[in-house]
Design a protein around this ligand. Structure first.
Ligand SMILES: [Zn+2]
Length: 506
């Protein structure tokens, strides 16, 4: 009998693969010699067997199909097939007689029904093996981190050492990384300048890409450089050689957070741009700076516009705040309402559980009826036409009940999330009142309404339901702040309600 040797690499990792495949071949050749097996061909697979579609595997099958060999020699069934498709193919080939012998030094097999059964179990186990391997890889990474070793691609300035599997200082690039961090810490250089510095010195990323601004940012914030690491948002000490001191790193973070703020202010110089349109000609509103103040005005891009006024930003903010005041909800009240909502949620859930239970009982009743109907038909008590008609009626009922159950389970609580979001947004309005985060104010206004207009120095817009209801209420004075009367389920249900809702007592 002529045998084929089939060997497959164990992991994606090159170094380990070669070792492992060589070890397999040595063992298999020894085994063949000992068992006096005639080897006519040898197939070595580079690809993992987790996915179907291995090239050498297919070549081997075609080799067997053409009758050039009758047996396979492999290290273990899990080398031969690590997914059920491949496993099925092998078993199919055994059934068809293309494969007359399978030899594994580690696994005993005979092409008998029992042998095939054992083999299919071994293939099945190898699927399990793939799954547990995946877990092991993850576990391995965690262990690596615990030992203080970075488990992934080395950052710029370091290299992955293939032998020790640790990261080591990249003698060429490390000094440039160090220099970058040093000059950045002076606060006199921007990310762009650092990027240009690295580019001018022909420094590329470890994956040989040109250095980008975001790479520079990652570099300046990477804890690995001073000998620590963040892995899955957890802080660990690392064992590799640091490039810089913690002190220098901290200085860089300081500079970055200061710059970040400056940038933010500059970027949102005109915080309310893009929010409003001109009430007279529908053109967008632009902004400009005059004598230290921001002014908003019509761009007048379409036709001659009657609008002559400029609105000072301070005045716009005042107007926005007076609106926010109307829809704002204190933290204490927010908590109270959220608690009420939670109670509602529980009540609703209980209610829906009991309704669903009743519906399920009805379904069981229908099933009993169906059985009885079938008995009646089999006992020739009723005719076939009668049986079909009644059966159809019962089945439609059953389908309808099933749909009701699904509707109920989904729909019953659908109002809760929007209600919660709504309450939280009112609380956000309260927070915005005292904040200087004007871009966030713009976002808030865009989210809760439409048609934001600037006309005759007045800002107005259409709050969507239910914010319009809330905005209409009288602004209470701080001392007699009672629980607002709009915050009942009906309103929160985002349904406009004509009736006077109940008040939640505080
Ligand atoms: Zn205009």
């Amino acid at each position: 009998m002529r045998y084929i040797i089939y060997a497959r690499k164990s992991t994606e990792d090159e170094d380990r693969q070669i070792l492992s495949i060589e070890a397999q071949l040595v063992e298999l050749k020894e085994f063949a010699a000992k068992e006096k097996l005639e080897i006519v061909a040898s197939f070595q697979e580079a690809k993992t067997a987790k996915e179907p579609g291995r090239i050498k595997f297919a070549e081997m099958l075609s080799f067997l199909e053409r009758g050039k060999a009758e047996g396979i020699l492999s290290w273990h069934p899990d080398r031969l097939a690590r997914n059920s498709v491949d496993g099925g193919k092998i078993i199919h080939f055994v059934d068809k007689g293309y494969i007359k012998a399978l030899k594994f030094p580690t696994f005993w097999f005979e092409p008998t029904p029992q042998g095939l059964f054992m083999l299919s179990i071994a293939f099945g186990q190898s699927k399990y093996f793939v799954d547990s391997l995946r877990d092991n890889v993850k576990r391995g990474l965690r262990q690596k981190v615990r030992r203080g070793e970075w488990p992934h691609q080395a950052p710029l300035g370091y290299l992955n050492d293939r032998n020790t599997r640790k990261i080591v200082v990249d003698k060429v690039k490390a000094s440039f990384v160090k220099k970058s961090l040093e000059i950045y810490s002076t606060g006199k250089y921007t990310l762009l300048q650092i990027r240009n510095f690295l580019r001018e010195n022909d420094i590329r990323s470890n994956t040989n890409r040109p250095i980008s601004i975001s790479m520079v940012q990652n570099m300046l914030t990477n804890h690995l450089y001073y000998g620590a690491m963040i892995y899955k948002s957890e802080y660990h000490l690392a064992t590799h050689e640091p490039l810089i001191s913690k002190k220098l790193f901290d200085k860089c973070q300081e500079v970055m957070s200061k710059r970040g703020k400056q940038k933010e202010i500059r970027k949102h110089h005109f915080a309310f741009l893009g929010l409003m349109k001109c009430g007279s000609c529908d053109c967008s509103i632009t902004a400009e700076k005059q004598k230290g103040h921001n002014y908003y005005r019509c761009t007048k891009k379409k036709e001659p516009c009657r609008e002559k006024h400029y609105l000072r930003e301070e005045s716009l903010i005042e107007q926005i705040k007076s609106f926010l005041q109307k829809v704002s909800l204190s933290g204490r009240d927010t908590k109270k309402i959220l608690a009420e909502l939670q109670k509602d949620e529980l009540r609703e859930k209980e209610k829906s559980v009991s309704i669903v239970q009743n519906l399920k009982v009805e379904i069981v009743e229908i099933e009993t009826k169906l059985e009885k109907l079938l008995d009646a038909y089999l006992g020739e008590v009723i005719s076939a036409t009668d049986y079909k008609a009644r059966k159809e009626k019962l089945l439609t009922q059953k389908i309808e009940l099933g749909e009701k159950i699904r509707d109920f389970e989904q729909k019953s609580l659908s109002w809760l999330e929007p209600a919660r979001e709504f309450v939280l947004s009112l609380n956000q309005a309260q927070k915005l009142l005292t904040s200087k985060n004007y871009p966030e104010m713009t976002t808030f206004l865009k989210n809760i309404g439409s048609n934001h207009i600037l006309e005759n120095r007045q800002f107005r817009f259409e709050p969507q339901n239910p914010y319009d209801l809330v905005a209409e209420r009288r602004v209470p004075r701080r001392e007699d702040l009672t629980f607002p009367d709009w915050c009942t389920r009906q309103d929160l249900n985002l349904q406009p309600s004509g009736s006077k809702p109940d008040t939640l007592s505080s």
